[in-house]
Design a protein around this ligand. Structure first.
Ligand SMILES: [Zn+2]
Length: 214
């Protein structure tokens, strides 16, 4: 990647960080955003920063095995899940981790988002697995994702938050926004009454649409 492209990617990561913060999907030092720089290099937000404060020069460059290659700040302990995603999914070029309140609330009750209620969610998110709880920052958390990488681009993490993947930073970020928006709509629907699922043939048509987009 050229110096100019890397600089544009740094700006784009910081823009995503600001949007996550502005929409209340992260608070304090929550969450992390990363993107592939090259075959064995990942550009990521550093540990401990509020996402509204991260500047392009604050980002760190990390190798596939988690070593810091560049940057003055510490690497986030949650980078392990990002690196595992890049390792297992060559199609993934960006990863967003946040603690969106409604979606995380759902995950804290052991539930996840159904993929047969809202068409946009079925197409953009697909089925959203609930990843079992493991201590943040430990390899056990990355291990908990292992059974779910194939066929999934959005994940709820039990008692913790959410993770989204994308072939681009834009798509990974859209998936995180959509995940929270879908959870809010579901919460509203459940407050109004019982949720009506789409007819099976309609769900099938949406899943085919999603498959064509991949
Ligand atoms: Zn987290």
């Amino acid at each position: 990647m050229s110096e100019r492209d890397e600089s544009a990617l740094r700006e784009a990561i910081c823009a995503v960080c600001r949007k996550l913060w502005e929409r209340g999907l992260v608070a304090g030092g929550d969450g992390n955003v990363s993107a592939r720089l090259g075959p064995d290099r990942v550009l990521a937000t550093p540990a401990g920063f509020s996402k509204v404060d991260v500047a392009p020069d604050d980002l760190v460059v990390v190798s596939g095995d988690g070593r810091k290659l560049n940057g003055e700040h510490a690497v986030s302990t949650e980078i392990g899940v990002h690196l595992r995603a890049y390792l297992r999914r060559p199609d993934v070029h960006a990863v967003v981790h946040a603690h969106p309140p409604t979606a995380t609330g759902l995950a804290a009750t052991g539930q996840t988002i159904p993929d047969d209620v809202l068409p946009e969610a079925t197409v953009l998110l697909g089925p959203v697995p609930l990843v079992r709880y493991a201590t943040p920052g430990t390899p056990a958390l990355a291990d908990a994702f292992e059974e779910h990488w194939t066929g999934h681009d959005a994940f709820l993490m039990a008692n913790h938050g959410a993770l989204t993947l994308g072939g681009s930073l834009r798509v990974a970020h859209q998936r995180m926004e959509s995940l929270e928006h879908t959870a809010r709509i579901l919460a509203a629907a459940r407050a109004f009454g019982s949720v009506q699922s789409l007819a099976p043939h309609e769900v099938l048509a949406l899943r085919e649409m999603r498959a064509r987009l991949h």
